[in-house]
Design a protein around this ligand. Structure first.
Ligand code: PGA
Length: 255
């Protein structure tokens, strides 16, 4: 089964529009032409315009870090998928930082996923357990709950248009990476079976599932070389062009 390999940079709340444009330009100008994967940059909403300009004409795609589920309305401070659709191909949904700090729950993740798909955006749905859950042996229960919540009421046809990022919360921004085997096991033994239970084995084996959590150039090839890991959602290391390009190069471990 060949799945899309996707390396996405999640710039989080970093970079002014101008700085983001400069970083995107640096990445694009050094990007190899024979890419073994898709590359997506996800700046904050205020930098979508400058990054969009910087990547124009290249193979690099644009993603947002969040969206609302409604197309428009009285939701001060929010951005709708209809507003992102003109710029972005991807949108990150349900990132653990949104779950932790902004009250994101399975139900809102589910509404956002459906709305993103309606507007032609590919949702990158984040799932993953925190340290306490991991230590309590709850990893399978948590990732299954995140998958069941995100995909509730979604047809198989729509499910096939989604991407998942498995991000163990204890590995995000901490420098601690899940071992390649640990990450591959959670994806292969828990996440794909949860998808198979909702749909079937073909759907479960067709969905791109990235790993995220302290991915860097030095560990990318090992992680991406694992059979169940189809790319990376990269935070800190995506803020440096050289590191990010090193991760993109690691995707050739797949081919
Ligand atoms: P990190 O972040 O690479 O800095 O650990 C990953 C993420 O939060 O998507």
């Amino acid at each position: 089964m060949t799945r899309k390999i996707i390396i996405a940079g999640n710039w989080k709340m970093h970079k002014t529009p101008q700085e983001a444009g400069v970083l995107a330009q640096a990445i694009v100008s050094a990007m190899p032409t024979n890419l073994a994967c898709e590359v997506v940059l996800c700046p904050s909403h205020t930098a979508l315009a400058t990054v969009s300009t910087a990547i124009a004409g290249s193979a690099v795609q644009l993603g947002a870090q969040n969206c609302h589920w409604e197309a428009q309305g009285a939701f001060t401070g929010e951005t709708s998928p209809a507003m992102l659709a003109g710029w972005c191909q991807y949108v990150i949904i349900g990132h653990s930082e949104r779950r932790q700090f902004f009250g994101e729950i399975n139900e809102t993740v589910n509404r956002k996923v459906k709305s993103a798909l309606k507007y032609g955006l590919t949702p990158i749905i984040c799932v993953g357990e925190n340290l306490a859950e991991n230590e309590a042996g709850l990893t399978q229960a948590v990732v299954s709950d995140h998958v069941n919540g995100a995909y509730a009421g979604l047809s198989a046809e729509d499910a096939l248009k989604t991407v998942i990022a498995y991000e163990p919360v204890w590995a995000i921004g901490t420098g601690k990476t899940a071992t390649a085997q640990q990450a591959d096991d959670v994806i292969g033994l828990y996440i794909r079976p949860a998808l198979a239970a909702l749909y079937d084995e073909v759907v479960a084996q067709s969905i791109t599932i990235q790993y995220g959590g302290s991915v860097k150039a030095s560990n990318a090839a090992e992680l991406l070389g694992m059979p169940n890991i189809d790319g990376a959602l990269v935070g800190g290391a995506s803020l440096q062009a050289g590191e990010f390009l090193g991760i993109v190069a690691g995707a050739s471990a797949k081919s």
